[in-house]
Write a protein that binds this ligand. Structure first.
Ligand code: PLP
Length: 384
């Protein structure tokens, strides 16, 4: 054969892969099928967009974590929420969305779902399950929960809502990013769709985006994966590998960070500059009993309400922090802080938290060093 042909074919037939601890990062858009009949055999992977070895390994591991029949992967956490909703909703349906929902999810509901004829209304995160499901209409197709909410940490009685919704033929979905599939298992509580931003705790290193939706019902898993197919989404094998690598240390990181965060939250509770600490693992939190009943541990994300002061004082607090980085997202190994109030403006059921809110994510740094950092920031707050 001519050299041009030889160069195209050379090295294309690797032998059996050596066994490594992680899955192979298999790259490919085209998948070569063994024979003509296999080209249209939809029972097997015929195109790389469906995912290859690393994506399949991640799906299998996440199904184990969530205790689901299967998992659909999405290019981000937000895509998991929008993709799962698009997979199950149609024009004329209505959704009930918890009012403390992740703000970009709310934006998707307002600006996309409504445009396609899906009605959207919001419920107070602490509304009683009976009243919530009682307000559903015959068109209500789905209830979207987020418990605890990632800014103000209110919780829902997820199991009771799922039970009542089931009785009315309404689907339930839960954004379980805080629980990370580990501290809380929505599918064990009757929820149809357990969704999380893997970007956060599962990835754990603030360097990759991905989301997942898990279900117990195999038909629902098929619906989710068909939804991904229709939208033309896929995740790269490198990112799937990173998520799988993060998953291996998820329990160890969450335990260490959760413990550290609770210690810091307790310390902050006793400070005169603080009006309230929003953290369901604190005994004084209004949702503490729910958290104790349903969760096996606490994540490392919580929010403080500072005593009322000029907005410049909140900025002084944040700017005085040296160990806590100022940045969105959370779930990585490093500590972060943001001010929250601009994100509360779209709420339908505003709540008085006692002062301006600052959300803290506690990483793997030493807790005493982080407390010293917060002490410095509180001094700057008082001085401003
Ligand atoms: C970050 C986040 C998402 C979205 O995840 P991305 O990967 O950033 O799109 C969804 N829900 C919650 C609660 C989040 O914190």
């Amino acid at each position: 054969m001519d050299e041009k042909t030889r160069l195209i074919r050379a090295g294309n037939a690797p032998g059996a892969l050596a066994k490594t601890v992680g899955p192979p990062i298999q790259r490919g858009s085209t998948v070569l099928l063994p024979n003509a009949a296999a080209l249209y055999d939809y029972g097997q992977v015929t195109y790389g967009r469906q995912g290859l070895a690393a994506q399949a390994a991640l799906q299998e591991a996440l199904a184990e974590l969530e205790d689901g029949a299967g998992v659909a992967l999405y290019p981000s956490g937000l895509a998991a929420l929008s993709g799962a909703l698009l997979a199950v909703l149609k024009a004329g349906d209505e959704v009930l969305v918890v009012d403390n929902v992740y703000v970009p999810t709310r934006r998707f509901c307002e600006q996309v779902l409504k445009r396609f004829g899906v009605g959207v209304s919001y419920f107070d995160p602490r509304q009683a399950p009976e009243a919530l499901v009682g307000q559903a209409s015959p068109a209500t197709r789905l209830i979207l929960m987020e418990s605890p909410g990632s800014l103000t940490l209110e919780m829902q009685d997820v199991g009771r809502i799922a039970e009542l919704a089931k009785g009315r033929g309404i689907l339930t979905a839960c954004d379980n990013t805080w629980g990370a599939g580990l501290l809380f298992k929505p599918l064990h509580h009757g929820v149809d769709l357990s969704i999380q931003a893997l970007t956060k705790y599962v990835g754990g290193h603030s360097d990759a985006f991905m989301g997942s939706a898990a279900a117990r019902d195999p038909a629902m898993v098929r619906t989710l994966n068909e939804g991904v197919l229709h939208l033309g989404w896929s995740v790269s094998p490198e990112d799937a590998y990173l998520m799988l690598r993060g998953l291996r240390t998820l329990p160890a990181r969450l335990e260490a960070q959760g413990k550290s965060a609770l210690r810091i939250a307790q310390w902050l509770s006793g400070r005169p500059e603080i009006a309230a600490v929003l953290h369901p693992a604190l005994a004084a939190d209004p949702d503490h009993e729910l958290w104790k009943r349903d969760f096996t541990g606490a994540a490392s994300l919580f929010t403080i309400a500072l005593r009322p002061a000029a907005p410049a004082a909140v900025d002084a607090f944040l700017d005085a922090l040296e160990l806590f980085g100022l940045g969105f997202s959370w779930g990585g190994y490093e500590s972060l802080a943001i001010s929250c109030d601009p994100q509360l403006r779209s709420r339908r059921f505003p709540r008085d938290y006692g002062g301006p809110l600052v959300r803290l994510h506690v990483g793997l740094e030493d807790a005493d060093d982080l407390i010293a950092d917060l002490r410095r920031a509180l001094a700057a707050y008082s001085a401003a």
